[in-house]
Design a protein around this ligand. Structure first.
Ligand code: NAI
Length: 311
């Protein structure tokens, strides 16, 4: 099995590192447009193999797509990250050009690959990647955006802090758009070992957890001066793992909706079953009126952004 990671920056290299250490594929190709960077990071990572105890081969490539041929999964992280004060949406112009070019090249060399889109604004980039992929004959179930997996891990982090419990015992998901104002942390459905979180902390505390989750990325960007990479890297890796190992795991991810959750012609975060064929099924959470309204509002915001693509 082979995975390509496009973009050998902070998120791409961390994703490749995690995939290599988990030994879920034989080969990881790291590709970047900057001369030598992907080769350098691949070599650096390969020099951790004897210390970490893995045999995954990591190959670097400066824009040579022939090296990515016959990849099973391709993670696309190429593009600009946010700087403090920027929204993910402000990246649209530059990243759209990058994502379009990359998807075309990738599918020319790996027509059967499953695409995992990470570049921001992620829901719009996934929508764009889907359009390119469909024009090249790719099934919509093979195009997936990574956002909900990360936002949900941030949700569980803030929830565990508020409740004083282990993150591993929490079940809590974020759906909707991957934006500070568009994501929807589902506090009503958050549980600690199956028991609603609302039984342990007040309504106000839960609302604060949701608010902190929504600006979780911006908080890190403020601290780091650029966007985060550890959690984005492992979130991407965990989705690759679910696909490669055909785990049938439920993960919130941005996928093409055709009436599900009341939306059409949009890629937006919903819980999906991930397996060897990509996103195999959308899971229908029964949202209450308030959550449905939030989802519709989130869709409107993402749709507005998608419209920028055609201007
Ligand atoms: P970075 O700047 O560290 O790395 C981006 C890399 O992409 C650079 O090495 C650059 O040379 C490369 N690149 C640019 N154009 C390229 C092209 N045409 N072909 C190949 N490589 C190209 O940025 P970082 O922090 O790794 O973030 C990458 C993207 O992921 C950003 O758009 C960021 O906003 C997004 N992101 C998304 C998350 C999510 O949850 N979906 C979480 C974190 C970041």
């Amino acid at each position: 099995m082979k995975v390509t990671v496009v973009g050998a920056g902070a998120v791409g290299a961390t994703t490749a590192d995690n995939i290599a250490r988990k030994q879920i594929v034989d080969e990881v190709v790291l590709l970047d447009i900057k001369q030598g960077v992907a080769e350098g990071k691949a070599m650096d990572l390969m020099q951790t193999a004897s210390l970490e105890g893995f045999d995954t081969k990591i190959i670097g490539s400066t824009n040579d797509y022939a090296k990515t041929a016959k990849s099973d999964v391709v993670v696309i992280t190429s593009g600009l990250p946010r700087k403090p004060g920027m929204t993910r949406e402000e990246l649209i112009g530059i990243n759209a050009g990058i994502v379009k070019g990359v998807v075309t090249q990738i599918l020319t060399h790996s027509p059967k690959a499953i695409l995992l889109i990470v570049s921001n604004p992620m829901d719009t980039m996934t929508y764009l990647a889907l359009q390119v992929a469909q024009s090249m004959g790719v099934n919509k179930k093979r195009v997936i955006g990574m956002g909900g997996a990360l936002d949900s891990s941030r949700f569980r982090y803030y929830l565990s802090q508020a409740m004083g419990v282990s993150q591993g015992d929490l079940h809590a998901n974020v759906i909707g758009g991957h934006g500070d104002t568009t994501m929807i942390p589902l506090t009503r459905l958050a549980t600690w070992n199956g028991i609603p979180a609302s039984r342990f902390i007040s309504k106000e505390a839960l609302a604060k957890v949701a608010a902190d989750t929504m600006v979780g990325g911006a908080t890190l960007t403020g601290l780091l001066g650029t966007s985060a990479w550890y959690a984005p890297g492992i979130a991407s890796c965990s989705m690759v793992e679910a696909i490669i190992r055909d785990e049938k795991r439920i993960v919130p991810a941005s996928v093409s909706l055709n009436g599900e959750y009341g939306q059409k012609d949009i890629c937006l975060g919903v819980p999906v079953v991930l397996g060897r064929n990509g996103w195999e099924k959308i899971v229908n959470y029964r949202l209450n009126k308030e959550e449905q309204a939030a989802f519709a509002k989130s869709a409107d915001a993402v749709r507005n952004m998608n419209n920028v693509l055609s201007t």
